[in-house]
Design a protein. Structure first.
Length: 162
């Protein structure tokens, strides 16, 4: 029997401008708009993953990624687990392995350099990309997995926030 599952890969929500941030970039937080995007992402994903009690929330350890999944973790009464395979300057093979092994309904959060590269690697592995790619902050890639292999992917536009 074929096992079909869905994994969600989120690009972190809007963060403060990198060029105007004075501190360590790994602790750069979400902006006000980014916090609103994180709540909207939570609202969209919560019911979809609620039926999967084993679903995990995994994020790049960078603050802005962790904060993007925190509203979802709070609503699920769970926690976001940091994983360096999703961080900027990551190991693509590690990120791909993570995607292929997580439980159904799991949500990952990563960066604008990681996600396009991962999606290109999946496409080379014959994943069908449905629609036009969207790399903006707050996008959610819906990865359809069959027996551990991603066979189809589509992307949701970032949530509209004021």
């Amino acid at each position: 029997m074929v096992e079909v599952s869905t994994i969600y890969l989120v690009r972190h929500a809007k963060a403060g401008d990198r060029s105007s941030w004075d501190g360590d970039d790994t602790i750069r937080p979400l902006s006000g708009k980014g916090r609103r995007q994180a709540v909207a992402i939570c609202d969209r994903l919560f019911d979809l993953i609620a039926v999967h009690p084993d679903a995990q929330l995994i994020s790049s350890p960078h603050r802005r990624c962790m904060q993007t999944l925190e509203p979802l973790a709070a609503r699920r009464r769970s926690q976001v687990m940091p994983d360096p395979r999703l961080a900027e300057g990551y190991n693509r093979d590690g990120a791909l392995e993570l995607i292929s092994t997580l439980p159904n309904g799991s949500v990952l959060c990563s960066h604008g350099d990681v996600i396009p590269d991962v999606m290109a690697a999946l496409q080379r592995r014959r994943t069908e990309i449905i629609g036009d790619p969207d790399w903006r902050k707050g996008t959610v890639w819906v990865l359809e997995r069959e027996d551990g292999e991603i066979n189809q992917a589509s992307v949701w536009a970032p949530p509209a926030t004021d």
